[in-house]
Design a protein around this ligand. Structure first.
Ligand code: NAP
Length: 254
């Protein structure tokens, strides 16, 4: 058996794990950080929690005889991506990354590009606005620096503690979020600006398309830089690279 470790936390990681696990000669383990309280079933063996930095990950790769590391984490999970590249080098294990292409602005988009969530809070301006925060819960606290705005905050798990701002509504939801639903949400809350990460992919693009249709400003947080390792844009391409490295012997019986 060939052991493969997939660093996940994304839909694509789950899809890739399922696809590779169909091969009888691959033993696939999916790794999650453990941020989400009730992650959806992943369908392959899981391990949960940090490794203890690049060194911890390198040790794990050696101990488990992992033959390939796949970084399929979220584009904004920069630390684990950096650790993955470093650990693969330390352990002498090949690495592949699934790098979801960024969204590109098109005619009608009203994007302001910023380098961080903190900068996004400033970019909203001083006058009070009705703002939709769609950046997840981990960095929502940065908007306490701009308490004059009304916030609609959507996340998979509750934002705890709640923000120290006078006017915020919390919405718990897990994507995908179709454009029509996003449009209805933006209209019903009278949203004037959206703060978004450039996640790429279809699942969360609905709000961007809806903002364009409604003429709403988007404060777009630029992606952090991640190491330049061999990569693919999509699940099928990455699976083909794995087939190239480890020629398939057989599919698992059904
Ligand atoms: N950031 C986002 O916007 C976002 C959005 C959706 C999903 N996610 C997913 O949520 C997870 C955490 O994101 P983050 O922004 O906190 O990442 P991060 O800042 O890059 O990682 C922080 C630490 O969390 C641990 N970690 C992260 N991903 C892991 C994984 N897949 N398996 C085991 N340990 C992991 C590592 O701890 P050690 O150093 O101890 O190994 C890492 O150093 C990622 O798996 C990512 O794919 C993130």
């Amino acid at each position: 058996m060939t052991n493969i470790l997939i660093l996940g936390g994304t839909t694509e990681a789950r899809q890739l794990a399922g696809k590779l696990a169909a091969r009888a000669d691959l033993a696939v383990t999916l790794s999650l950080a453990g941020r989400t309280e009730s992650p959806i079933a992943q369908g392959v063996p899981l391990r949960v929690g940090g490794f203890g930095g690049a060194q911890g990950l390198a040790a794990y790769l050696k101990e488990t005889g992992t033959a390939l590391l796949i970084d399929a984490t979220h584009p904004y999970a920069a630390r684990i991506s950096a650790n993955a590249a470093e650990a693969a080098g330390q352990a002498g294990v090949p690495i592949l990354a699934l790098r979801r292409p960024s969204w590109e602005p098109v005619a009608g988009d009203r994007w302001t590009l910023v380098d961080s969530v903190a900068e996004a809070a400033t970019a909203l301006g001083t006058a009070p606005r009705r703002v939709f925060l769609a950046i997840g819960r981990q960095e929502a606290g940065a908007f306490e620096a701009a308490p004059q705005h009304h916030y609609l905050i959507r996340s998979v798990d509750p934002v705890e503690p709640k923000l120290a701002v006078p006017d915020a509504i919390y919405l718990l939801a897990r994507g995908p979020f179709p454009e029509a639903d996003e449009r209805a949400l933006l209209e019903s809350h009278g949203i004037e600006a959206i703060v978004s990460k450039n996640s790429g992919g279809e699942a969360t693009y609905g709000k961007i398309a809806a903002a364009r249709a409604l003429g709403i400003d988007v404060i777009m947080v630029r992606r952090p830089s991640v190491p330049d390792v061999p990569s693919a844009d999509a699940v099928d391409q990455l699976a083909a690279k794995v087939d190239h490295l480890f020629e398939p012997v057989a599919e698992r019986g059904v």
